[in-house]
Design a protein around this ligand. Sequence first.
Ligand code: GLA
Length: 739
Amino acid sequence: MRKLLLLILLAAGFLSVRAQDVSLTKGWKLAIGDSAQWASPTYNDQHWQAVNVAQSWEQEGHPGYDGFGWYRIHVVIPSSLKQNAFLKDSLRINLGSVDDNDEVYLNGKLIGRFGGKTGDIKTGSFYGPRTYTIAANNPAILWDKENVLAVRIFDTGGDGGIYGTNFSIGMADVMDHVTVNTEADFNYGERNSLSKSIKLITTNHYDYKGKLAFKVTDPETKAVLYEKTNDAAFSVGRPFTYSFEIARLEKKSYTIVYTFTDEKSGKEITHTETTPYLLTPYPSAKPKINGADVFGARPDHPFLYLIPATGQKPLTYKAQGLPDGLKLDAATGIITGAVAQKGSYPVTLTVSNRLGSKTKSFTIIIGDKIGLTPALGWNSWNAWGLSVDDKKVRISAKAMVDRLSAHGWAYINIDDGWEAEQRQADGKIIANSKFPDMKALTDYVHGLGLRMGIYSSPGPRTCGGFLGSWQHEDQDAQTYGDWGIDYLKYDWCSYSEVTPANPDLPALKKPYQVMRSSLDKINRDIMYSLCQYGWGKVWEWGAEVGGNSWRTTGDIQDTWRSLSSIGFNQDKAAPFSQPGHFNDPDMLVVGKVGWGPSLHNTRLTYDEQYTHISLWSLLSSPLLIGCDMGHLDRFTLNLLTNDEVLAIDQDALGKGASQYLKKEDYQIWVKELKDGGKAIGLFNLSDKYQTISLDKNDPALKGYTKFRDVWQQKYVITTGKDFSAKVAPHGVMLIRVEK
Ligand code: GLA
């Protein structure tokens, strides 16, 4: 066992192990449509479609379907559940996740509902996990007999139905409503140490008293680095806090398991988390220019570019060879103006500080194309959902300029939830009270050198139930132009209501062509981001309808299951990636996310987050940070500011990586780069450490002599015939090979 310093001040832990629960994973049936009879236990559902509730109904044979659907399952609820439970008051039904709104019937009786604005199941988007709790003496429960559980769902847009992993019936027991809250950030100390406080919290009226076991293991060697058990007690309003420090850590993740065992009931709860480790080297104080090598704008359209540069402040900027019409602010590095003449303009950018100067060749291309490299920015959705407001956007913009724009991050995009209930009398779209002055907000964002994005739907309503652009496309594009918007995410949502069912290819393209022509009438460069979840192989025609990017999938979640099933299935779309037109496997789920208003740390492990950013960069995906920018922790910031990783995403060739090798538990993705090199990701899809090797004579590597570890920004010395890397579970080794 390694020697390790550890200071225990106090203690906590969670997540119940419920072996006796009845699983509801298998046996579900689905019918599309709506009928009151479907709640009835006597209704014969034998002819219904058997479905896998792990995935949405789109993936279960109903692509593009929005509207009503019902799920039913027949299940025996044994009274032994009650007998074995310590608390015998309530039955708890875990229904995975629901998209969007639902009502739940047990043997024909309504036992719960969730979602729907002001109670109307057909409005709003309240997708997410569902757990229903009912009194154990509720007569709807038939103990030791067959019960029929029926779930009525309304999907307002995008993916729909039941999905996820957590399907079971059990008693709400001692450890329900107990949380091991590990949300606090880790602190980084000397001797590679990490410290943190966690809390044991409950909303149950029960006095918890017992032991908290704390265990740190190295997942590679299985060695237990630290093990300690403490007394712990907590009750409502009196959480138990446990603080610890672990030191002399290597550059990898360790596993921490917290287990609290309650003395009286004998019940326990466990919670696991991993430890962060930083790979991106600390930025140098010397000046350096980062970001893409090219930037495209249309003639005569307002131009805005902030030169991304790191180094000790103050920095001063110079630009040689700027085309007529552009000027640079030497103190801020912001280039503004407009260029009349089409052409490719080579520019030399210089940034200086008291430690020296650095130049970079940069090309401004004035022509028909914009978005020559994928957008780098922030979008409100994965953090704030419909609770986004002016203040959160301003905080994000300020944080971006203070901490991220030096690395090329530039867009501040408002997603759904900004629109007023009604248009003005003249049909003009206006913002709701959360956005008192959209023009002023945009001016603020522009003043920082950043660009502003907004969201709408071609349908009458957005996925969140707000106003869409249906039959107001020209007017909305004009309004966006007046406000100074630079990016539009255009989300299919309720467009299904105004187009025939099962739309064919022309019908799928149509709403995007309509808005394209509206945007073309505006004197602005507005990045056009199509969002229709990949239907009709949008990657094959997204560029043709004028999209700068197009979503290739349904909505991402902050789980390995979601991340890996999206990310490692981009091989078909990848060949269509090109400058100005990129595949979008959805926004980043790093940092504090939550789809608003309350947030949690991403449930991805740190290695999974390295995989996320590496794979998305290899795919030339837009990188849209989806977290609370007001609370960027040290790991997240380190993850998002690696200039060599971002350079792979921003490579001017614009290629999407190909799935070069696909094995059961590892994959290799290869991306060609503009300078003739390649970026290669060796991904470990398994739960164990493994060594991934590639023969140096393999066509992917042949002719290349230098191997650079991109995250650590250093060359790797390799001997022998293979390039080999030891890769953490769900982790990655990202390399760039050079001649
Ligand atoms: C859909 C999109 C999401 C988000 C929401 C907003 O689900 O796929 O990215 O924009 O709508 O309601």
